[in-house]
Design a protein around this ligand. Structure first.
Ligand SMILES: [Fe+2]
Ligand SMILES: [Fe+2]
Length: 262
């Protein structure tokens, strides 16, 4: 077999880019290429889903990030009903925006979907009663199906799932209990358990927990920027995952916040 090669993924979500975010983004993005080979963005890339915000982000990404960028959108990117424009602006800047798509980057497979809320475990909302409830639940089911079909397309040793909403309850703990059903849904975990995965990244839960596991024991990382800032105030907020090419167990070799192992 070939030589051991290590790849570093940097992951962060919830940039919430606004029109005057330029300076803050410059600071964040300056550090990313020094430490990573691929950047993963987990949604809420803009604050209000405005094309102007997406342009600011695209400009900063283009000037600072020369490594491949893989992303999903978040609920904030849908706020103005201009999510297709936001996606186009970012795609034109070279970002692979995944919406039920699979993409191979430097030999690593990525499957990405925004996801949807709906609750966890016994509390998962069922498609029962009013039409609007059924529609709501069907949206969550559709997102889970999109994730499943994206995962099914990957043929790489390492497969990474990228979401905005959380597929598990463990990484939203820290949020008020009242908002748990809006942080994601177990329906998104079902497809994740059916494929051999290396890791799952998500954002959205700004006050959640850094790490959890799906039932299939694959690590899930909440890389929401406000959470990383809170937990590691002295470090630029992104998570680094190291993947080894000969790591046939498909598990990450190590996970750090920048140079700090944790
Ligand atoms: Fe967010
Ligand atoms: Fe969000």
């Amino acid at each position: 077999m070939g030589q051991e090669k290590e790849l570093q993924l940097a992951a962060v979500g919830d940039l919430h880019c606004v029109k005057n975010s330029q300076g803050a983004l410059q600071k964040l993005f300056a550090e990313v290429p020094r430490q990573a080979d691929i950047l993963v963005l987990c949604g809420d890339l803009t604050d209000n889903g405005l094309p102007e915000e997406a342009h600011i982000l695209a400009k900063e990404l283009k000037s600072a990030i020369k490594i491949p960028v893989v992303a999903v959108l978040g609920n904030h990117d849908y706020q103005s009903g201009k999510q297709r424009e936001v996606e186009e602006i970012l795609s034109e800047a070279g970002v692979a925006v995944l919406n039920g798509d699979a993409r191979e980057v430097q030999g690593i497979g990525f499957a990405g979907v925004k996801g949807f809320p709906g609750g966890y475990g016994r509390g998962t909302l069922a498609p029962w009663g009013e039409d609007l409830i059924k529609k709501f639940v069907h949206e969550a089911i559709d997102e889970a199906l999109k994730l499943e079909s994206a995962l099914a397309k990957l043929r790489t040793v390492h497969r990474i799932a990228v979401l905005h909403y959380s597929p598990i309850r463990a990484t939203i703990e820290g949020e008020p209990l009242e908002v748990y059903p809006f942080m994601g849904t177990s329906r998104l975990e079902e497809p994740l358990n059916r494929f051999p995965l290396t890791a799952v990244f998500h954002g959205h839960a700004h006050h959640g927990t850094l790490e959890g596991r799906i039932a299939n024991d694959v690590p899930v990382y909440n890389v929401s920027l406000p959470l990383l800032r809170e937990k590691f105030p002295e470090k630029p907020p992104f998570r680094i995952l190291t993947i080894g090419s000969s790591n046939h167990l498909q598990r990450p070799l190590k996970v750090m916040v920048n140079s700090q192992r944790n």
